[in-house]
Design a protein around this ligand. Structure first.
Ligand SMILES: Cc1cc2nc3c(=O)[nH]c(=O)nc-3n(C[C@H](O)[C@H](O)[C@H](O)COP(=O)(O)OP(=O)(O)OC[C@H]3O[C@@H](n4cnc5c(N)ncnc54)[C@H](O)[C@@H]3O)c2cc1C
Length: 451
């Protein structure tokens, strides 16, 4: 192993979108950054993903960093349309959207390159094992290279290791009572996708298509994301709730694929599965000397499993707040708290409303949902990622005559208002966060992270 320094201002674990952006931001501000990833350099960014990235995320990243939009070989297709439909052919909803279906590997390699060019030192082929902790403060990371186990030390550690959240999970309970150590299995989406090349051009040009499919556990979906004229990223993902605990996601995927391409007129270019934590962000994502961001902090959208945009945003905020804390020589929970608040404001509140939307879909039921869409009582805008369901529910309430359903919808409408107001009141100091968290769970009726 090449000889690299062992002491840093910041150690960032994981060089995905969250880690690469955090590293770039901190290195640009003159901080000495170690970027640790278990993969070899040339494999970094090659992640199993639907590859969809909507443009809104770029508007919410920290103002002190600019991220070039995906371009050239990084783009499979530029997206102009979102489509929601159903395998029963009962409705097709289509609305204008700006975004990309990425080629994640070259895009991820670019983010990594920019972090290194800004001055971050890459420790590739290096597995982070656990946090080093002294007097309730994170002081570094134990890592394992190909040859040896080492202790890297730093003022701040940022965990961007994705779903595994390796550093967060290694912290002693006493250090972070409100930051859960484990991921609750009920809050995980199990996903599998293939990138296929068809013999002929497909019908999904410039589109991302979310299909409510009868083989997929509702409200999970099957997706078709265009990667150019003949190429599509197809996949499925769902939480294994209730009776579906034993369901194998790859089997479900194959059933769908056989249904949509019975003649097998395609070549599989890549196939991989993975997991996405789908919930609201953790109630706190910091400890003394520690921040987590991206999937490591449960930042993906609970309704769509869209996690790239949130990872970019949270990574950029970790860079901003981390650098300020180092400049002020104060890495305490109090000093880092602002990061939590920024994440809750940027997308935490939206994700909480989406969490209620999921429950609404489950309670309303698939057939009623289709009915609402088909009759255009719910519109595409109501379903679009970050628009509240409240106005849609109001419309339903006015014109929908089934009284049982009406009552449910009215209740949900009240809950959406309540959760929005609750997130506006996210505590500005750590003092009241436990109470805030308990109230949040009561409104969301979500399984707790700690179960
Ligand atoms: C099948 C599938 C489809 C998806 N589709 C979409 C989609 O279409 N759109 C979307 O927005 N999101 C999608 N997501 C979610 C999205 O991929 C993630 O939310 C996003 O990649 C999170 O970025 P991150 O930087 O937090 O983590 P990651 O991208 O997971 O990066 C984590 C990094 O940490 C490294 N690492 C892990 N453990 C260690 C360790 N112990 N030591 C050192 N390094 C470590 C990994 O090698 C990796 O480089 C999908 C996910 C899956 C699985």
């Amino acid at each position: 192993m090449k000889s690299l320094p062992l002491n840093y201002d910041v150690i960032v674990v994981g060089a995905g979108p969250a880690g690469a952006i955090a590293s770039k931001s901190l290195a640009m501000k003159g901080k000495k950054v170690a970027l640790v990833d278990r993969r070899p350099k040339e494999k970094i960014g090659d992640k199993s993903c639907g590859d969809g990235l909507l443009s809104w995320a770029f508007d919410r990243v920290s103002e002190d960093i600019s991220i070039d939009l995906p371009h050239g070989e990084e783009v499979g297709d530029e997206i102009k349309w979102s489509v929601v439909d159903s395998d029963k052919g009962m409705f097709v909803l289509k609305w204008e959207t700006a975004g990309y279906v990425l080629n994640r590997h070259p895009w991820g390699q670019r983010l990594l390159r920019e972090a290194e060019e800004a001055g971050a030192i890459l420790w590739d082929n290096t597995r982070a094992i656990k946090a080093l902790v002294d007097s309730d403060k994170v002081t570094g990371v134990e890592v394992k290279t190909k040859d040896e186990t080492l202790e890297l030390t730093s003022k701040l550690v940022i965990d961007c290791s994705g779903t595994v959240a390796v550093i967060r999970k290694s912290l002693p309970e006493s250090m972070s009572p409100i930051m859960p150590k484990k991921n609750n299995k009920k809050l995980i989406a199990y996903c599998y996708r293939e990138i296929i090349e068809l013999d002929e051009p497909h019908d999904f040009a410039e589109s991302i298509v979310l299909r409510y499919d009868s083989d997929v556990v509702f409200p999970g979906y099957f997706w078709f994301f265009s990667k150019g004229k003949n190429k599509v990223n197809v996949g499925t993902g769902f939480s294994k709730h209730g009776a579906f605990k034993e369901l194998n996601v790859k089997d479900v995927f194959n059933d769908c694929l056989n249904k949509y391409y019975p003649e097998g007129n395609f070549k599989v270019l890549d196939s991989k599965g993975g997991q996405v934590p789908v919930s609201v962000p953790l109630p706190s994502m910091i400890a003394n000397g520690f921040i987590c961001a991206g999937d490591a902090a449960c930042n993906a959208n609970p309704a769509t499993a869209e996690g790239i945009g949130p990872a970019l945003i949270a990574g950029s905020y970790a860079g901003t707040i981390g650098a300020q804390a180092i400049d002020n020589d104060d890495l305490s929970i109090d000093a880092l708290w602002k990061y939590n608040k920024m994440v809750m404001d940027a997308f935490g509140k939206d994700h909480a409303m989406q969490q209620i939307q999921i429950r609404a879909l489950l309670e309303i039921g698939e057939d009623n949902f289709e009915f609402l869409l088909k009759r255009k009582i719910l519109t595409p805008e109501d379903l679009a990622g970050y628009i509240s369901l409240a106005s849609a529910l109001m419309k339903v309430v006015r014109i929908f005559p089934r009284f049982g359903l009406l009552r449910k919808l009215l209740k949900l409408k009240g809950e959406i208002k309540k959760i929005r107001e609750h997130y506006d009141k996210y505590p500005s100091t750590p003092k009241d966060v436990e109470k805030w968290h308990i109230e949040m769970l009561e409104i969301l009726k979500m399984p707790d992270f700690y179960e």
